[in-house]
Design a protein around this ligand. Structure first.
Ligand code: PLP
Length: 434
C-alpha cells in the first residue's frame, strides 16, 4: 500500500506543507526521510496514544521526543494549564511565584544545581551554559562527543547526532570555521581520548559537555567510570563539566543521570520534561558560577518568554506527578517488559539486534553490538531499521523515525500496550528476516 492510500489526508497535507515550510516541517526528523515515508499528520493525543487525521490510532513511543513522560493530556497538566490561563494569563515579562516554585523543585531534585535560570528550549540552555563556562573560565575551547546532540547552536553542530546524524550532514553549512575550530570532538565512552585532548590543550578548555546517557545517536549508556573520569579530568585542569540532561533530566531518575550515577557536574542543562510538553529549558549549577549571569554578574543572557507561566505550570504539574511513590519503578517495569519481549521477538526471527536501555529511554539497534559510541551506532543496518519502522507504523506502533533516536516509555502506557507492541514487533522482525 502506498502512503497516499494508507494516509490520504496526511499525504495531501504534507504535499501542501512542503510548499510552505522547508521539507514540510518545523524540525527535520519529523519529515520521516530516513524511513522512506511521508509523515502521518497528528490530530490529537490521549494518554499513550496518538491519533492521525486519517483515522489511525498509534501507541506512541516518541512522547514528543521525551517531554510527555505522563502521556498526552494528563489531567493534572491540563488542569494546571487551564487554571493558569484563567486566573493569571499567558505572559508578563515580570517575575511570578510559579518561577520560584519550579526553581525550587529543580534545585531540590538536583543538589548540584544550586541556582537555575529558565529559558525556552534545550538549545538555549546549552548555548547559555557554554557562554557562562567561557565567561567564567576565560577560555574558549569546548570538548563534545561524537554523536551527542546539544541543540542547533553553531559550536555544537560538529559531528552532531539526532537529525544531523540521520541526514549524514555532521557539519552544517553556515557554521563558521572559526567557531568549529573551538569545538574538539572526542569519541563517546573513550576516556583515554579525553585525557589525550587535555594533555595537549587542557589549559584552553572551558568545558566538557556530555549527554550523561547519550540519546541522540540512539540510546548509548555511559560505560562504568566514563562520567567519573570526566569529572576527575575537568577538575584537574580547571575546566567545567556540563551535563546536558535535556533528555535524561527527570527521566532516567527524578534527579536525572547525575543522581543515577552519583556525579556532580558544575553545570546542568535541562528541557523537555520540566516543561511538561510546553517550550522550556533551564541551565543551572554551582552558585558561584551562576552568580556570574546577568543581572547579578556580567555574562549576558535574557528572554522575553523565559519563565513563561503556562510552560512553568505544565512543568510543575508534571514534576508533582513524577514525585509520587512508585512512578520510576513503574516506568522501569514497563520498559523491562518491552525490552524482554522485543529481544525475544528478534531472536525468534533471527534478526541480530542490540537493545540499549536506561530506565524509560531505549533504542533497538539493528546491529549485533555492543553499541557504545558513534562508530558502533552508525554501523547499524539502517535499511533493516526503516523496514522495521514501516511495519510497526502500519500496525499502529509509533516509533522515532530514525535509527539514531531514543524511544520513551510514559506512565500512561499499560501492560496491554507493551504486549501489543511486542506482537507487532514479532511480525515486523519476521518481515526483515525473509
Ligand atoms: N540537548 C539534548 C540532549 C537534546 O536531546 C536536545 C533535543 O532533543 C537538545 C539539547 C535541544 O533541545 P531543544 O530541541 O529543546 O532545543
Amino acid at each position: 500500500m502506498t502512503d497516499s492510500e494508507a494516509w490520504p489526508r496526511s499525504a495531501a497535507a504534507f504535499a501542501e506543507a512542503v510548499k510552505l515550510m522547508p521539507g514540510g516541517v518545523n524540525s527535520p526528523v519529523r519529515a520521516f526521510k530516513s524511513v522512506g515515508l511521508t509523515p502521518p499528520f497528528i490530530q490529537r493525543g490521549e494518554g499513550a496514544y496518538l491519533y492521525d487525521i486519517d483515522g489511525h490510532k498509534y501507541i506512541d513511543y516518541v512522547s514528543s521526543w521525551g517531554p510527555l513522560i505522563l502521556g498526552h493530556r494528563h489531567p493534572e497538566v491540563v488542569d494546571a494549564l487551564e487554571k493558569t490561563l484563567r486566573e493569571m494569563g499567558t505572559s508578563f515579562g515580570a517575575p511570578t511565584e510559579l518561577e520560584n516554585e519550579l526553581a525550587r523543585e529543580i534545585t531540590t531534585a538536583m543538589p548540584a544545581v544550586e541556582m537555575v535560570r529558565l529559558v525556552n528550549s534545550g538549545t538555549e540552555a546549552t548555548m547559555s551554559a557554554l557562554r557562562l563556562a567561557r565567561g567564567y573560565t576565560g577560555r574558549e575551547k569546548v570538548v563534545k562527543f561524537a554523536g551527542c546532540y546539544h541543540g542547533h547552536a553553531d559550536y555544537f553542530l560538529i559531528q552532531a547526532g539526532s537529525g544531523a546524524l540521520t541526514f549524514g550532514i555532521p557539519n552544517s553549512p553556515g557554521v563558521p570555521a572559526t567557531v568549529a575550530a573551538n569545538t574538539i570532538v572526542a569519541p563517546y565512552n573513550d576516556l583515554a581520548a579525553v585525557e589525550d585532548i587535555f594533555q595537549k590543550a587542557g589549559e584552553e578548555i572551558a568545558a566538557v559537555i556530555v549527554e550523561p546517557v547519550a540519546g541522540n545517536m540512539g540510546c548509548v549508556p555511559p560505560l562504568p567510570g566514563f562520567l567519573a573520569g570526566l569529572r576527575t579530568i575537568t577538575k584537574e585542569y580547571g575546566s567545567l563539566l556540563i551535563f546536558d540532561e535535556v533528555m535524561t533530566g527527570f527521566r532516567v531518575a527524578f534527579g536525572g543521570a547525575q543522581a543515577l550515577y552519583g556525579i556532580r557536574p558544575d553545570l546542568t542543562c535541562l528541557g523537555k520534561i520540566i516543561g511538561g510538553g510546553l517550550p522550556v529549558g533551564a541551565y543551572g549549577g554551582r552558585r558561584e558560577i551562576m552568580e556570574r549571569v546577568a543581572p547579578s554578574g556580567p555574562i549576558y543572557q535574557a528572554g522575553t518568554l523565559s519563565g513563561n507561566p503556562l510552560a512553568v505550570s505544565a512543568g510543575l504539574a508534571t514534576l508533582k506527578v513524577l514525585k509520587k511513590p512508585g512512578t520510576y519503578e513503574r516506568l522501569e517495569s514497563l520498559s523491562a517488559r518491552l525490552e524482554k519481549g522485543l529481544k525475544e521477538a528478534a531472536a525468534e526471527a533471527g534478526v541480530p539486534v542490540t537493545f540499549n536501555r536506561v530506565g524509560a529511554m531505549f533504542t533497538t539497534f539493528f546491529n549485533p553490538g555492543p553499541v557504545t559510541d558513534y562508530a558502533t551506532a552508525t554501523a547499524s543496518d539502517t535499511r533493516a531499521f526503516a523496514a522495521f519502522f514501516r511495519a510497526m507504523l502500519r500496525q499502529g506502533i509509533y516509533l522515532a523515525p530514525s535509527q539514531f533516536e531514543a524511544a520513551f516509555m510514559s506512565l500512561a502506557h499499560r501492560e496491554d500496550d507493551i504486549d501489543c507492541t511486542i506482537a507487532a514487533a514479532r511480525e515486523a522482525f519476521k518481515g526483515i528476516a525473509i
